[in-house]
Design a binder for this molecule. Sequence first.
Ligand code: HEC
Length: 284
Amino acid sequence: MKVASLAVMAGCILGVSTLYAEQTAMVEKDIAAFQGYFSKQFPGVALEAYEDGVNALPQYAHRRANWEILMEFAPFEPEMEIAREEWATPFNNGKTFSDCFKNNPAGNKYPYYDADTDDIRTVEGDINACLTANGEEPIKNLKNGKIARLVAAFREQFNGQPMAVDVSNAGAQSWYEKGRKFYWTKRGQLNFSCADCHVTSAGKNIRGDVLSAGLGHGTGFPVYRTKWAVAGKPWGTVHRRYDGCNKQVRAKPFKPQSAEYKALEYYEAVMNTGVPLKVPSQRQ
Ligand code: HEC
């Protein structure tokens, strides 16, 4: 009896761990297929180059020279000085953001799965968690302004490091699956999925824009956008961008830091495995 139930238990454990291994292998296959698609579509573009978003694509080459000139005196540089200062300014109790973040994964491993809470943790979320833990008010605006500057000040410390998000856990894999579904599901009145624009149509023109490849999405965020600067809010977190893309197809946008957008960010980050961080980035 005892032996039998032990055998059943062992069988279960073995079964479950085989399942994890199978799912991990599936994720690896997804990454290879996603990246392989783009290397076939754009054979001259190296994996690392996708950190530059649409600027990496040959279809954007005619505008790239302008972008390079702009980068000589990057318009976000004065803002980054403020950002670094905000990052280093001690809270009322004398602690700083670095005191919290030294216990967290490196910037190229965000977002990450937290098994204790079965949640995906983003840099934005951890900044607010750090504020709360130190008796400060969390930041309410999760799309632009101070939160974006702080995320930029954290992530720029890891520039050049290839994305390496961990998915080797059943809980993490179910978030991954949620994000993957979101990415490939058609939505909105125009009935477009993320993939319809950023995979199938990458490099094509749409209303005066060239569509970037989904590969690399997020590695440059937060971004500083000329279009947003005109309206006085130059910074955008990646969830601000998701919001904009959802609205373009007249789909209901979700809230920044909602489970939907966290799952989406996680999926995109996994697809970016090997693409280096380049934060912040300037975009049109
Ligand atoms: C109707 C086409 C369309 C759809 C659908 C769409 N986007 Fe976009 N997206 C754009 C355009 C246009 C831009 C600006 C040019 C560019 O970088 O591609 C953009 C930019 C982005 C960027 C910024 C890339 C960078 O490096 O600056 C991200 C990230 C992004 N989209 C993610 C998504 C996600 C995730 C979805 C699905 C929820 C989505 N998009 C759906 C058209 C679309």
